[in-house]
Write a protein that binds this ligand. Structure first.
Ligand SMILES: NC(=O)c1ccc[n+]([C@@H]2O[C@H](COP(=O)([O-])OP(=O)(O)OC[C@H]3O[C@@H](n4cnc5c(N)ncnc54)[C@H](O)[C@@H]3O)[C@@H](O)[C@H]2O)c1
Length: 594
């Protein structure tokens, strides 16, 4: 007969435990919450009260229900108070000796049939289970942060877990309104194994001063639609917890991408643990607060920079493809005069037609008036002659992603453009300095990496080479402001911010699939419901195109030579077989019958 879980014990009521206790109590269960000592209990109570009053303020909980909820949670510092519960979940810090010691004690207190669950993010559940007298009734029940919000629960079974225990706990998770995914016992399970390499990489970028914390976070929010940037997420997770998870993953994987970047240890030693201590990568207005306050690293507001900017009123665009046409639309809609240079009259006509269609669509959708559409279209002048770019204040190159082609364009622009004109490349993977070196004015050359579709995507990566003049970078950022885009600044290396953070993670997902740890559907579901990402990795790879993804991964690997960046063989095989994703009807999934 299926188990009924009516009373539940939670050991450790920190970031996760308090949230988990709240989930249980919201569902009408009686909860016994155990903390280490009186100060832990005070913190736990404050955490629970804050969370329920936030739910009340948002109209999600009535005053009466909030009181009833809190009334269902008994707080204690005695493990013996767990004697009559039906399931115990531990959420103490991520240290094996601590967790095994707790399980060994709880094992002696609760009834033999009671299930013991660990909220561990990375430690071996098998290892925990064998320290009890009931290994077959021990599972991992990995909730995500914040537990009351995130739906995913990774249900970890070991080689000895009884099937009925797995079934009962899965049914229980569903009853709590969660989405359980049953998986085997491997460090990091699905979501963290994929997430933490990415988070570690972002912390490393910050540590190397490749980009500011604000720009790293904004890049992933505006470039990929992530709900939070990686550094803000690390602050939410807690840097000490993140460190332990990475270490456990590294000990199992020996993958250099899991070695915690040194900044973690430094911040932990200084007591900068993230939101829970009031300061991590960002500064908060108090412990356990989500409100970021200004500190010494907060950037000055736009326009407050001392750097002079150059005047930009006429912009040239070289190319007639998807990106070029999209960028022309963005420029013209923002009131700039545009000179579009294509290789033939036919290509120019096609680009102008595409522009017209897109502007018409904006009118139909009520986003643009007919008058503004006509004015925008009237600002665009198409030509096949580079000389007509002579008076442009800035020229954006958006031709094929081939170095020789781009270098030739920059050589020509250098000859025809007036002194002081800024020359920009939209390259997503080639070194911008190669374009700069093809000119006699490398200080005036910069990367402006727009995202596709340019009229929709908010992000632009502003890429300075070692030669780019500071006023050129300042002008590029100011231009992005005029275009209503969000600019982030970074240096000239493979992948810039977004692709460098995104593609190693996508590659890890392919390797996880290749290793038969989980299915593409489970991995996609885990990343969407556990981390609130807009698309799972396989969905995204199929949209981007597997050939494009493979090319980016190869570029990253060639630049950084990290073994973990080497493209997964499965991705190469799919490309060789012509399964390139949605565009060919087949990739990781089959779209032909849909
Ligand atoms: N932070 C996250 O985003 C996240 C997400 C999922 C899972 N986890 C996992 O959840 C677990 C807890 O992590 P956290 O981030 O909540 O840590 P935390 O530091 O915020 O909380 C741990 C709590 O355990 C208490 N504690 C320590 N020793 C205890 C003992 N002997 N008895 C009772 N309570 C004790 C501490 O006082 C503290 O309140 C870890 O295994 C972690 O890997 C964390």
């Amino acid at each position: 007969m299926a188990r009924d879980f009516e009373a539940v014990g939670v050991v450790g009521l920190g970031t996760m435990g308090a949230g988990i206790a709240e989930v249980f109590a919201r569902n009408g269960l009686r909860v016994v919450g155990v903390e280490l000592d009186e100060s832990g209990l005070v913190r736990a109570r404050a955490h629970l009260e804050k969370s329920t009053s936030r739910a009340q303020a948002r109209g999600k909980l009535s005053e009466e229900d909030a009181q009833a909820l809190l009334g269902r949670i008994q707080l204690t510092s005695q493990l013996t108070d767990l004697a009559d519960v039906d399931l115990v979940i531990e959420a103490v810090p991520e240290r094996l000796e601590l967790k095994t010691a707790i399980f060994a004690q709880v094992d002696k207190i609760v009834r033999p049939e009671v299930v013991l669950a660990s909220n561990t993010s990375s430690l071996s559940v098998t290892e925990l289970s064998v320290r009890t007298g009931r290994p077959s009734r021990v599972v991992g029940m990995h909730f995500f942060n914040p537990a009351p919000v995130q739906q995913l629960v990774e249900l970890v079974r070991t080689v000895v877990t009884e099937q009925d225990v797995v079934d009962d706990v899965a049914a229980f998770a569903r009853k709590l309104g969660k989405v359980p995914v049953v998986i085997g016992d491997r460090a990091g399970f699905i979501a963290n194994a994929l997430l933490f390499g990415y988070l570690n990489h972002a912390a490393k970028m910050f540590e190397e001063r490749y980009a500011s914390r604000e720009d790293i976070d904004a890049a992933m929010r505006f470039g990929c639609g992530y709900p939070m940037g990686p550094l803000a997420l690390l602050d939410l997770i807690g840097l000490d917890t993140a460190y332990e998870i990475l270490m456990t993953m590294y000990n199992q994987s020996r993958n250099m991408m899991h070695v915690p970047t040194p900044v973690f240890k430094q911040m932990m030693t200084a007591g900068l643990l993230g939101r829970k201590s009031g300061r991590g990568f960002y500064t908060y207005d108090g412990p356990d607060s989500s409100k970021i306050v200004d500190d010494a690293h907060t950037p000055k507001p736009a326009g407050a920079s001392e750097e002079q900017v150059r005047k930009v009123s006429t912009v040239g665009v070289v190319g007639t493809g998807t990106m070029a046409t999209g960028i022309v639309e963005v420029l013209a809609k923002s009131g700039l005069d545009v000179v579009l240079r294509g290789r033939s009259a036919g290509k120019n006509d096609a680009a102008l037609n595409a522009l017209k269609r897109s502007l018409d669509k904006a009118v139909v959708r009520g986003r643009l008036t007919e008058e503004d559409r006509d004015a925008a279209f009237g600002r665009v002048h198409a030509t096949t002659n580079f000389e007509e770019m002579a008076e442009c204040d800035l020229v954006i190159e958006a031709v094929a992603e081939e170095l020789d082609v781009k270098r030739a364009v920059f050589g020509t622009l250098d000859e025809v453009c007036k002194p002081g004109a800024i020359l920009a490349s939209t390259t997503s993977s080639l070194p911008v300095i190669e374009c700069a070196a093809a000119t006699s004015r490398p200080g005036d050359v910069i990367g402006l990496h727009f995202f596709n579709p340019a009229p929709v995507m908010k992000l632009v990566e502003v890429v300075s080479t070692i030669s780019t003049a500071p006023d050129v970078a300042a002008t590029a950022r100011a231009l992005c402001g005029t275009l209503n885009k969000h600019a982030v600044s970074c240096g000239d290396r493979a992948g810039f911010i977004v692709n460098a953070l995104l593609f190693p993670y996508l590659n890890d997902a392919v390797k996880m699939l290749e290793a038969h740890y989980a299915s593409a559907d489970d991995i996609d579901a885990a990343m969407k419901t556990g981390c609130a990402l807009p698309m799972g990795p396989f969905e995204l790879l199929d949209v981007v195109g597997l050939d494009v993804s493979l090319a980016i991964e190869k570029t990253l690997y060639q630049e950084f030579r990290l073994a973990g960046y080497a493209p997964a063989p499965l991705l190469e095989h799919l490309v060789t077989a012509g399964r390139l994703g949605r565009k060919t009807g087949q990739g990781f999934r089959d779209y032909s019958s849909r």
